[in-house]
Design a binder for this molecule. Structure first.
Ligand SMILES: Nc1nc2c(c(=O)[nH]1)N[C@H]1C(S)=C(S)[C@@H](COP(=O)(O)OP(=O)(O)OC[C@H]3O[C@@H](n4cnc5c(=O)[nH]c(N)nc54)[C@H](O)[C@@H]3O)O[C@H]1N2
Ligand SMILES: Nc1nc2c(c(=O)[nH]1)N[C@H]1C(S)=C(S)[C@@H](COP(=O)(O)OP(=O)(O)OC[C@H]3O[C@@H](n4cnc5c(=O)[nH]c(N)nc54)[C@H](O)[C@@H]3O)O[C@H]1N2
Ligand SMILES: [Mo]
Length: 768
């Protein structure tokens, strides 16, 4: 094994760092210019040679012996190790069979997931390019689990994610101008420290501290106290999850009925106010959306609502809404209603004020944009029309040929025979895992490229071992951070692992499309090619960017950035005629005739309070908040040191309030069982007043570890909340992921504690 003893530059979704190999350990240290490095970096060292790594191509025994076809044995059978040539031959033959018998419209290549940060080895781009260049396309997925409903809603009412979330209010503006931040869902530092692609400067903590010191008031409207950092000196206003729309309606009701609203702003910049106002005042349903009405729903007193409303006019108010609020049934409503609240306050487009959807959910938001793009791997042309909203994967596999609604149109779920996944973990990200497993059992064949034995890899028929970042070279960068990083290779591949690019090259070769896939380049050749395209853009702008070899030797290059000018919303405020929004009216759509014309009961033509679909009941009286994990990125490197240190008794920690713990006989450190009609999981209880009463919080990301995957209500012994969550679209408009909230019950678990087996490789037996 080669020993890389120098510190070598690299980039991950959690930040820029360098790494070196010393003896038999990996050492990592954050980029020296990062003011607040992200501790997730500490998950890397243990990952390199962890037993959970996939180190050889593997095929499920039943698939090998009985051939492709729907099979309820997925996830239950042992694997057979094969040589690369044998496994690639099998996979290529099966891809060819499906293409010949059913066509590319029977292949699902959506392959959602964050994989790792380099622009070339981005696994999703690799699998898309492979399917496009080899078969002319694949059934794709649209949108993300992150922002599934806002991505669809916002263009109807305000603008795209880029205008409303990314190029809007920056942290610099917050430090200088903002007087009040109403943070719905908070702005948890653990979340702002992460961005797809990776940022080199984590500025959120110091920005909130500086703004608070200047006197900016942060209001954390959230079920968890720590959704804003101590540095923000925030007031914590606990709210029952899923009720923000009611609270916002009541704030607006108070402002309007007390004449505190900015009518001039509504007249000049907004469309559809009168219709919304009729709903607000209860003209049609005889129910004014006033403070008393909302108080009963959201757990505040009416006085507290009125008082908060009265404190806002005349101040620079910034409204933020975390992604989490829209990752729930009817998630479109709080996103839309927050735009109305900010409009009624007349603040949209002012420096440091208005509405910055999702500021604080990821490091992309509140940062400046580069003037050039970081060139990504071209994915080729997809000739297949069929698609699904990404979180409808199980519906698609279980209901082929059936219709679904999406954004004003009716579509049909395609008949999928083969799915190819690279760089994602659906048994992490999807809801109702029992149902998801049933869905994957419908396939003829499931192929997965993975670095580790995730539950997804365990449910595959063919598993190809992929190299992880640090085991290959790449270029790293993201539009919201100036640092372009030459990601050096630090360690050799684990076992027989190969780059995703090499796996797809070998498959394309067997299918006669090698040249189309590679264009004659090896990985280094692609890095040069991609870099040169960014360099050409820089040169056009008059920047003297170094050539590839110099860039590679220097390890990084700082890209120029755009001015902090408030983007589209500021321009619109300055001159709405010259810079109309890209909405039907050119204005902020308080109501939308277009959405109304779709006739969706679950997403009407203006923001509306809609009853929850997974209501709390006597049997399931607690609201589960399944949010992002502080100690890892999703499920990645759950076996790393930082993630392991955050667990107790080897399980995920579930936090609940003393008022909920005590009557159930639950003490801090007890193992508890969370359950509902969909499934159950074990976790270790932490009893704390930092979680509001009535709520239990269990973050995502503990690897799925079921006692028996085939059970109708599987028990995950490790603490994966997605056994409990509901697999339902946010609405007919966006069909986004609803994974954040679920109704559950919790009890102390006194039985014998099952061991954690999630990180042990599955049973493997060779044919010989
Ligand atoms: N209940 C609930 N569920 C949720 C959420 C929630 O709030 N609540 N949040 C949702 C959100 S916002 C998201 S974005 C999703 C995240 O869901 P995912 O993006 O699917 O989660 P990751 O764990 O990041 O999965 C990435 C996988 O890629 C693998 N990988 C890494 N690098 C490589 C590589 O180079 N090649 C290959 N082949 N594989 C690689 C990793 O080992 C890992 O298994 O989860 C969603 N799920
Ligand atoms: N450390 C770490 N950081 C991450 C990630 C990670 O996995 N680990 N994932 C990244 C990704 S892909 C994404 S998309 C973002 C996600 O960003 P978000 O979706 O914003 O993150 P969450 O942590 O799921 O939710 C934030 C908080 O919202 C609160 N909340 C939940 N429901 C409600 C509600 O109905 N009302 C109110 N007012 N509050 C509510 C919860 O208390 C929760 O802690 O995070 C990113 N950052
Ligand atoms: Mo996400």
């Amino acid at each position: 094994m080669t020993h890389a003893t120098d510190w070598l530059p690299h980039l991950a979704h959690w930040g820029a760092f360098s790494a070196r190999w010393q003896g038999d350990t990996l050492q990592v240290r954050p980029h020296p210019n990062d003011p607040d490095p992200n501790a997730l970096i500490d998950n890397l060292p243990a990952a390199i040679h962890h037993r959970a790594r996939v180190t050889q191509p593997m095929v499920r025994r039943g698939w090998l012996e009985r051939g492709p076809g729907p099979d309820s044995k997925r996830g239950l059978e042992e694997f057979v190790p094969l040589s690369w040539d044998e496994a690639l031959d099998l996979a290529a033959r099966e891809l060819k069979r499906v293409d010949e018998q059913h066509g590319a419209q029977a292949m699902f290549g959506g392959s959602y997931g964050w994989s790792s940060s380099g622009r070339f080895h981005h696994a999703q781009s690799q699998v898309h390019r492979f399917l496009n260049t080899t078969f002319g396309g694949y059934v794709r997925s649209v949108n993300t689990y992150s922002a599934g409903s806002s991505m669809v809603l916002l263009p109807h009412i305000l603008g795209g994610m880029e205008e409303v979330a990314r190029r809007n209010v920056t942290w610099t503006q917050v430090v200088e101008h903002t007087e009040v931040v109403l943070a719905f869902g908070g702005m948890a530092l653990r979340n702002t420290q992460v961005a797809s692609g990776g940022v080199s400067q984590h500025v959120e903590r110091s920005s909130m501290a500086a703004a608070a010191q200047r006197g900016c008031r942060f209001v954390n409207i959230s079920p968890l106290r720590d959704d804003l950092p101590v540095e923000a000196q925030a007031e914590w206003r606990a709210i029952k999850p899923g009720t923000d729309t009611a609270l916002m309606l009541a704030l607006v009701h108070t402002l309007v009925t007390e004449g505190l609203h900015d009518q001039a702003f509504l007249d000049r910049y907004c469309h559809g106010w009168p219709e919304f106002q009729r709903y607000l005042l209860g003209k049609r349903d005889q129910q004014p959306k006033d403070a008393r009405w909302a108080a009963a729903l959201c757990g505040w007193s009416a006085d507290a609502i009125v008082e908060l409303a009265r404190s806002l006019p005349g101040r620079r108010v910034l409204v933020t809404v975390a992604h989490s609020l829209q990752r729930a049934r009817h998630g479109e409503q709080p996103v839309w209603m927050a735009a109305v609240l900010a409009s009624v306050l007349g603040q949209i487009g002012l420096p440091g004020a208005g509405y910055n959807y999702a500021l604080g959910s990821l490091a992309h938001y509140g940062h400046r944009y580069n003037t050039v793009g970081v060139t990504a791997l071209p994915q080729g042309r997809n000739g297949v029309k069929a698609f699904i909203p990404v979180a409808r994967i199980a519906d698609m596999l279980l209901h082929p040929g059936e219709p679904f609604d999406y954004d004003g149109n009716r579509h049909t779920y395609p008949h999928i025979k083969l799915a190819y996944w690279a760089g994602g973990n659906p048994f992490h990200h999807h809801q109702d895992l029992r149902r998801l497993r049933e869905a994957f059992c419908q396939l003829d064949t499931f192929i997965v490229n993975e670095i580790a034995w995730t539950a997804t890899a365990r449910h595959a028929d063919i598993v190809f071992p992929s190299t992880m970042t640090l085991e290959r070279e790449d270029i790293g960068g993201t539009p919201t951070d100036p640092l372009l990083v030459a990601m050096h290779r630090v360690v050799p591949p684990a076992g027989q692992a190969r780059d995703d690019y090499d796996i797809f090259t070998a498959l394309a070769d067997r299918l006669g499309q090698r040249e189309a896939f590679t264009e004659g380049r090896d990985a280094r050749g692609w890095l040069r090619h991609l870099y040169e395209r960014t360099r050409a853009q820089l040169q056009e702008q008059g920047h003297d960017a170094p050539d590839f070899d110099t860039f590679w030797a220097q390890g990084e290059y700082r890209l120029p950035q755009q001015a902090d000018d408030g983007g589209v919303l500021r321009a619109f405020r300055t001159d709405p005629q010259a810079h109309p929004l890209k909405t039907p009216s050119g204005k902020i759509q308080i109501s939308s005739q277009r959405i109304a014309s779709f006739g969706y009961a679950d997403c009407p033509g203006h923001p509306t309070w809609l009853e929850p679909v997974d209501p709390l009941t006597r049997r399931h009286p607690l609201q589960l908040v399944a949010n992002q994990p502080a100690t890892r990125l999703h499920s990645q490197f759950d076996f790393g040191a930082h993630s392991a240190a955050g667990k107790r008794r080897e399980r995920e920690v579930c936090r609940l309030h003393p008022d909920d713990a005590q009557p159930r006989g639950i003490a801090d450190g007890d193992i508890v069982r969370l359950f509902n009609d969909r499934g159950a999981c074990l976790a270790c209880a932490q009893v704390t007043p930092d979680v509001m009463a009535g709520v239990v919080q269990l973050p995502t990301g503990a690897w799925y570890d079921p006692v028996d995957v085939s059970q109708t209500q599987p028990l995950c012994v490790h603490g994966n909340p997605n056994v409990l969550t509901l697999d339902i679209g946010t609405s007919s408009l966006a069909q986004g992921c609803s994974g954040q909230l679920a109704a559950v019950q919790v009890e102390r678990f006194d039985g014998p504690l099952p061991p954690i087996r999630a990180f042990d490789p599955p049973a493997v037996r060779s044919t010989a």
